[in-house]
Design a protein around this ligand. Structure first.
Ligand SMILES: [Zn+2]
Length: 482
């Protein structure tokens, strides 16, 4: 583990606060649907999430299960009893006037995440994991602001890392690794664009192990790339201040993606006094050993375990593995193609080059079984790679069924001896030098002729049959070319 640039002046120390929306059907404390993304404004609300007085929250079990999956995967210390607190602040998207969160007795403490960063393998310690409810959304329009409370009360898992990340790039890698984990655990979509995964960060500068200034907080980073850009901008701002002999103040900044700059949101004097106190409507939650066992039993395979299995059993490289693992659907698709009898590196290659491009362009999913048949057909020489790509493209961009395309006329093998003989003859005429070479004893020249004939058949001929026919033609003194 190397810091790398200690000699180039102060290095940033970065901690992340990640909010992941849990993939529960209902909200954290009420039965309203949590699937708010395309719902009509304020249609997914009830007296509980609207904050009416006299209503009682009740905890969503599923949210606890999903949060525990993450805690266990990170090796955190899961507390046998956890509790909720009220965090007070007034804001139009928070009708109760407080948010239910966990301040004193969070779900889990500690843990660590190992990921592959720009300086190789890195491990960051996790400070804590806790559950909390989301706020609503404010929609700013010219002359007015609209409030949509569909998101109010949706279950969030907050994961806080120690300030141990040493560069903006490393912070980005860490966030990506965490997103991969959340997706593999089927805990969150991890979709930053839709706000299902949000990241705040704190950053300070240090030199020679000593902290140089106060940390600042950066909010509103909506992509992994924005995290890297915003932290670079903020580290540069702090470096500049320190180089002028000025102080870094404890402030909160927002990230303006369009302008590529941090914008001051709040100074220390404006920091809110949240006046946390225990949530009186929710008793502390005791986790039974049975419940914890159930969560452990239902844990999906961890991405790093899968990655290691692929490396050990299938010889898959890190880059391919990372790319396949970034989306669990993709990882599972890959495994299904391999199950269809395709060698894993070959399956990875087809998926990451051909299929990914088609999917990015909005192509339809191709069944894994048919995909395996296609790759096998290319490998056995039944069809050429070019033909394979064409068929795949047709299957992905039209309604055509890949299995049917593969058994269709145009990919049927040429078995007719007359057609094969014609192809062989054409190959000889096209590659006269190779034919001559063969006749004068350089038998390896046959390969050139077989290749030529295969090309002319668009990969539909059988190479072994062609070789036999070519030998017959070339060895026979009555051959027209002799
Ligand atoms: Zn509700």
């Amino acid at each position: 583990m190397s810091v790398g640039n200690t000699n180039k002046g102060p290095v940033p120390l970065i901690g992340l606060e990640i909010h992941a929306q849990l993939s529960t059907q209902s909200k954290l404390f009420c039965p309203c649907s949590a699937d708010y993304f395309s719902a009509a404004p304020n249609s997914l609300t009830c007296p509980v999430c609207l904050g009416y007085p006299g209503t009682l929250p009740s905890l969503n079990r599923r949210a606890v299960e999903l949060a525990l999956r993450v805690a266990l995967a990170l090796g955190a210390d899961v507390k046998p009893t956890f509790a909720f607190d009220r965090k007070h602040y007034f804001y139009p998207d928070l009708p109760k006037g407080y948010q239910i969160t966990q301040a004193r007795r969070p779900l889990a403490l500690g843990g660590r995440l190992t990921f592959h960063g720009e300086h190789g393998q890195r491990t960051v310690n996790v400070r804590e994991l806790h559950l909390e409810e989301d706020a609503g959304k404010l929609i700013h329009r010219p002359g007015c602001t609209l409030v949509d409370l569909n998101r109010a009360g949706v279950a969030l898992l907050e994961i806080v890392t120690e300030p141990e990340l040493r560069s903006p790039g490393e912070a980005k890698e860490c966030l990506r690794a965490l997103r991969t984990l959340l997706r593999h655990l089927r805990v969150s979509s991890g979709d930053m664009e839709k706000g299902a995964l949000r990241c705040d960060a704190n950053v300070s500068l240090s030199a020679g192990g000593a902290t140089l200034g106060t940390k600042t907080e950066i909010k509103n980073m909506n992509s992994t790339r924005a995290v890297e850009r915003a932290l670079s901008a903020e580290a540069a701002r702090q470096r500049e201040l320190l180089s002028r002999g000025e102080r870094v103040e404890e402030e909160t900044y927002g990230w303006d993606e369009d302008r590529g700059t941090v914008v001051l949101q709040r100074t220390k004097q404006q920091a809110a006094q949240y006046r946390y106190f225990p949530e009186p409507d929710l008793p502390p939650v005791r986790l039974s050993p049975e419940f914890l066992q159930k969560v452990k039993r239902e844990m999906p395979e961890l991405p790093w375990v899968r990655r290691e299995r692929w490396r050990r059993e299938w010889g898959l490289g890190d880059r391919e593995a990372d790319s396949l693992l970034s989306d669990p659907e993709r990882a599972e698709y890959f495994e299904r193609v391999v199950a269809g009898g395709v060698s894993p590196p070959r399956a990875a290659n087809w998926i990451l080059t051909e299929l990914l491009r088609l999917w990015t362009d909005g192509g339809a999913p191709v069944p894994a079984g048919a995909m395996a048949d296609l790759i096998n057909a290319v490998e056995t020489g039944e069809i050429s790679r070019t033909k394979g790509k064409q068929l795949l493209e047709r299957a992905a961009t039209t309604d055509a069924d890949l299995t049917q395309l593969l058994s269709g006329d145009e990919v049927q093998k040429i078995v007719d001896r007359e057609t094969l003989a014609k192809l062989a003859q054409e190959a000889i005429e096209a590659k006269l030098q190779a034919a001559e070479d063969y006749r004068s004893g350089r038998t390896q020249a046959l390969g050139v002729l077989v290749g030529q004939a295969m090309k002319r058949s668009h990969g539909r001929a059988d190479a072994a049959q062609l070789a036999e026919l070519l030998r017959e033609l070339l060895d026979s003194p009555s051959s027209p070319e002799a």
